[in-house]
Design a binder for this molecule. Structure first.
Ligand code: PMV
Length: 316
């Protein structure tokens, strides 16, 4: 049995986070320069059935049977073996590494799940098709936060820009022209489970306040898709700003994110917003590539702990 490695990209939500949980569309793109990696190596000298798991990013070094039965890694390894009707797995060493910042709204959990599901099913001799990879990764997302929309696992599994609506067929798309984004980390962890819970509570208490906001976000996403297709950067930037104002009204922004967003706009970004669950984590700024140094310096000056450039380029 040969050693096997699979990787999966990070992601960002360009438009529509939170409202997507309530059935509105959202747009997400993979970020391939950041990746989670799962490597599985046979361990012929280890005890029969031994599965040693190492994930240095979360300080994990344990045998599979030592993990809680609710641990995402344990669930993945057991479910995949079950789906493939493999009762006894060969002794091996599973290593999970990642360059995706954790709890940053960039899909680190979903990427780790997708990489592990692919590496493990291939190692067991029957690589699972995308649809099944996506379904299992979605089950795992539910452990991280109770009511995920499924957008993270989907964009990461299919590794294409997606226009996503819960319960509908996956639509991939390509931007009409290259888009340059700066992704800046507020230095505070994203609080996705918390912000998703707060929005749900607010919506349950005052649906008349929340539903129009979700609707407006949904309309922005529809407009954004059209403008992305046309490559109209000015309009895409304006829509990002409008989406951010609505996210702030939902209460999922933070002082740190707002400072970064303001500094990016003042330094000439075409638009800026938080990305993902919010409460911390990352923001994104749409820029003209020639403004990269200036906006990047402004973000660092406003407290960003890391700034990354991502080019979303139309494929083939
Ligand atoms: O923080 P992230 O990357 O897990 O993104 C969460 C996006 C939400 O729309 C807030 C929740 C969801 O499940 O879609």
């Amino acid at each position: 049995m040969p050693a096997l490695t699979a990787t999966a990209p990070a992601k960002i939500i360009l438009f529509g986070e939170h409202a997507v949980v309530y059935g509105h569309p959202a747009i997400a793109v993979p970020i391939n320069q950041l990746r989670a990696r799962a490597s599985i190596t046979p361990a012929p000298r280890a005890a029969s059935g031994s599965v040693r798991i190492q994930a240095p990013a979360v300080a994990l070094d344990a045998e599979l049977h030592e993990l809680e039965t609710t641990h995402p890694i344990r669930i993945i390894l057991e479910r995949v073996a079950e789906q493939l009707s493999i009762g006894h797995v060969p002794a091996c060493h599973v290593r999970l590494t990642t360059t995706i910042p954790i709890a940053a709204g960039m899909g680190s959990g979903a990427a780790a799940s997708v990489a592990l599901i692919r590496a493990w099913s291939s190692f067991l001799g029957q690589p699972l098709p995308d649809r099944q990879v996506n379904e299992l990764a979605y089950e795992i997302e539910k452990i991280y936060h109770g009511t995920p929309s499924g957008i993270d696992n989907t964009v990461i599994t299919y590794n294409q820009p997606i226009y996503y609506r819960r319960g509908q067929a996956i639509q991939t798309f390509q931007p009409g022209s290259p888009i340059t984004l700066l992704i800046a980390d507020s230095g505070q962890p994203a609080r996705t489970a918390e912000t998703v819970g707060q929005v749900r509570q607010g919506w349950q208490r005052q649906p008349e306040l929340y539903e129009p906001i979700f609707e407006e976000i949904g309309a922005i996403v529809v407009a954004a898709r059209e403008q992305l297709g046309k490559g109209n950067l000015t309009e895409i930037g304006r829509l990002m700003d409008a989406n951010q104002a609505l996210l702030a009204r939902l209460g999922v922004s933070s002082a740190g994110l707002e400072a970064l967003i303001l500094s990016a706009r003042q330094a000439g970004a075409l638009g800026a917003k938080l990305t993902g669950g919010g409460g911390g984590g990352n923001m994104i700024a749409l820029i003209d590539p020639q403004d990269r140094e200036r906006v990047s310096a402004a973000l660092t000056g406003a407290g960003a702990t890391g700034v990354l450039v991502a080019d979303i380029v139309p494929q083939g």
